[in-house]
Design a protein around this ligand. Structure first.
Ligand SMILES: [Zn+2]
Ligand SMILES: [Zn+2]
Length: 169
């Protein structure tokens, strides 16, 4: 532990060996670079790691399926302990070193966008003729939304209703 006494700031970069997939629509691809820019602060029996983790993601718009990519940056504040582990909400560490890999992958995983959109008002593609409705409307009859999302529509309607209600007394 002697080496770790006191706070140290370091930057570690790594290349993802495999796709890190949080959702069918977005992933941190194999070969992309993930970076940890963190301060290590040793205490008796462990190390506190704070800072940020960044990486890149790619995916498809969930409505029109066009390719998307971007960067993710997320704050981390984790404890590494000898004998630590998931059960106690910490990361395990070696006798005199911490391996940031697992923490970096976890941080990226939870910050990948779920159900990404190319833009908030993407019109998607026509389920009947396949036309990109962002380019031009088509003449197909409108189809019902995918029933898997109908629950979300109810939620949205409720939110909208709540938003329209006048404020309380
Ligand atoms: Zn789109
Ligand atoms: Zn159509």
């Amino acid at each position: 532990m002697r080496d770790l006494r006191g706070a140290r700031t370091l930057v570690r970069r790594g290349v993802l060996a495999d796709d890190l997939v949080a959702d069918v629509d977005s992933r941190a691809p194999a070969g992309s670079v993930a970076e940890a820019d963190v301060t290590l602060d040793a205490f008796d029996g462990g190390v506190a790691v704070t800072g940020k983790v960044s990486g890149t993601w790619e995916g498809e718009c969930r409505r029109c399926l066009c390719s998307l990519d971007g960067e993710v940056v997320t704050e981390v504040r984790e404890i590494f302990r000898r004998g630590g582990g998931e059960q106690e909400g910490t990361y395990a560490m070696g006798e005199d070193h911490v391996n940031l890999r697992e923490m970096v992958l976890d941080a990226l995983f939870v910050s990948l966008p779920l159900l990404p959109l190319c833009r908030e008002d993407c019109r998607g593609i026509c389920a009947v003729c396949g036309a990109d409705l962002n380019v031009a409307p088509c003449d197909c009859e409108p189809v019902r939304v995918d029933p898997r999302w109908s629950g979300l529509d109810v939620l949205r309607a409720q939110e909208a209703g709540m938003a329209q209600e006048p404020g309380g007394p």
